[in-house]
Design a protein around this ligand. Structure first.
Ligand code: SF4
Length: 232
């Protein structure tokens, strides 16, 4: 865990202590590995589907088409990981973490949901920690209001622990959780934006050059207000 940015309340301190105890318990890692092994059996069976989707991704002519195929691939990833994960309906732990998206993905979402983009004030190659502990602007009553259009990163987070304890974010403190490895999909996301990247060295350079901003910076008010003045 990183250090809190402000003093913790007794409740927050108690949560952080429980999370540390869970994380440091060797059974946590062992159990997560067992769940991942089951997920990997399913992932193996899904390989032909993934290979076909990858071909489509590589041939996709525009970033809009690439994002479509990245979403399809995320579905395939979820098909294997979700049944073994702690993630449940109306579980919103990861909606209190940073949500890094590119300008291009934000534009796709903007067109799909019919909401204009704001210009971000903070760009980064890393997730912006200042949003840790703050709800996503699209979160209402523990549910995503743009679920069909949510960013790729939201589709790739699966906590392989027994429950959501380690997903809960205390302001400024990002807890560790045994997440399913989504690095392949993050790399494909970057490649989709940068075109051909050869080898690890170029990939490392590309990683450092692709700027992203938090979803809350692009859409600070989420879906905003309805005509009746109620929050959408
Ligand atoms: S876009 Fe939806 S799923 Fe993603 S963080 Fe926001 S509320 Fe959660």
């Amino acid at each position: 865990m990183n250090e809190p940015t402000s003093p913790l309340t007794p409740q927050q301190a108690e949560l952080v202590a429980r999370q540390a105890e869970r994380w440091n318990d060797p059974r946590t890692q062992d159990d997560a590995r067992a769940r991942l092994a089951l997920a990997n059996v399913r992932a193996k069976a899904n390989e032909p589907r993934l290979t076909s989707q990858l071909k489509h991704l590589n041939k996709a002519p525009t970033i809009k088409h690439k994002i479509y195929w990245l979403r399809q691939m995320a579905e395939t990833f979820a098909d294997a990981a979700a049944p073994q994960a702690a993630c449940r309906d109306a579980c919103d732990g990861c909606c209190y973490q940073s949500v890094a998206v590119t300008q291009q993905e934000a534009e796709v979402i903007s067109r799909e949901i019919g909401m204009p983009l704001q210009a971000p004030t903070e760009w980064s190659t890393l997730p912006v920690m200042k949003y840790a502990g703050q709800p996503c602007s699209f979160l209402r009553d523990s549910r995503c209001t743009i679920y069909q259009h949510r960013p790729i990163i939201c589709r790739l987070i699966f906590n392989m622990d027994a429950d959501a304890l380690l997903c809960q974010v205390t302001s400024g403190v990002r807890s560790q959780a045994p997440y399913a490895d989504n690095s392949l999909y993050k790399e494909l996301y970057i490649r989709a934006h940068l075109g051909k990247v050869k080898g690890q060295e170029e990939m490392q350079a590309a990683l450092k050059s692709l700027l992203m901003a938090d979803l809350r910076e692009f859409f600070p008010h989420g879906l905003g207000k309805t005509k009746q003045g109620e929050t959408a």
